[in-house]
Design a protein around this ligand. Structure first.
Ligand code: AMP
Length: 226
């Protein structure tokens, strides 16, 4: 079978992470979520983390140049030879152009871009109730996926907190950034016939079924194109 080079696109809180983790297991492909990579860098106090933190805390996007090489290295690595799942990248048109250039250098191209969409009100409801574990980044939700014991991670027992960028005014700012800088990628990829739309407001299981159906079609198309 041909390689599967996928991008998950959509507003913060649309369920990209949930679907991405599921896909990673199903497809056995590396899953690169730039938000997770950056948060780990902040926790480890690396140079990248120190540069990125100020932007992330405000809900601003981190400058393209900090992100592009970080992802380029991973895409070119041995583990990504059969494909990859990108979540949270690209988030601007220049990042999408840099991705296309990198893939071109490797003689590869994107297989598809899954837009997992959700309206602003739904995003605010989801992110506002999100609780994240301080140790491993495990994610819970006060309403949809509560931990067994309030404030404590089921997986590693560490404290659950509201991420700085899940505070209400920061959520609103992240949404503005999404509409201004990331949403133009919808047309960008639609024009290249790469975009597939999935309703992220549905229940997670239904979204997963839709993702699976979409991937089956993408794989067929990719195999026919060989
Ligand atoms: P996320 O977990 O995907 O919502 O990302 C959290 C934060 O990380 C974002 O609000 C940005 O500050 C930063 N970030 C993640 N991915 C990118 C990217 N591709 N470009 C710029 N900033 C990013």
């Amino acid at each position: 079978m041909s390689e599967l080079n996928l991008v998950l696109l959509g507003p913060p809180g649309s369920g990209k992470g949930t679907q991405g983790e599921r896909l990673q297991e199903d497809l056995r492909l590396p899953y690169y979520a730039t938000g997770d990579i950056l948060r780990a860098a902040v926790r480890d106090e690396t140079e990248l983390g120190r540069s990125a933190k100020q932007y992330m805390d405000r809900g601003d996007l981190v400058p393209d140049e900090l992100i592009v090489d970080m992802i380029g290295e991973r895409i070119g690595s041995e583990e990504a030879a059969d494909g990859f799942i990108l979540d949270g990248f690209p988030r601007t048109v220049p990042q999408a152009e840099a991705l296309a250039k990198k893939l071109g250098e490797l003689g590869r191209e994107l297989t598809g871009v899954l837009l997992i969409d959700a309206g602003d009100d739904e995003v605010v409801r989801r992110l506002g109730g999100r609780r994240t574990c301080t140790e491993g980044g495990h994610v819970f939700h006060v309403e949809f996926h509560p931990p067994k014991q309030e404030g404590v991670c089921d997986v590693d027992g560490s404290e659950l907190i509201v991420r700085d960028d899940d505070e209400p005014e920061v959520i609103r700012h992240r949404l503005e950034q999404y509409h201004e800088k990331t949403a133009p990628l919808i047309d960008f990829y639609d024009h290249q016939s790469l975009l597939r739309r999935i309703d992220g407001a549905a229940a997670p299981g239904d979204v997963a079924d839709e993702v699976e159906r979409t991937l089956a079609t993408l794989k067929l198309e990719a195999d026919e194109a060989i």
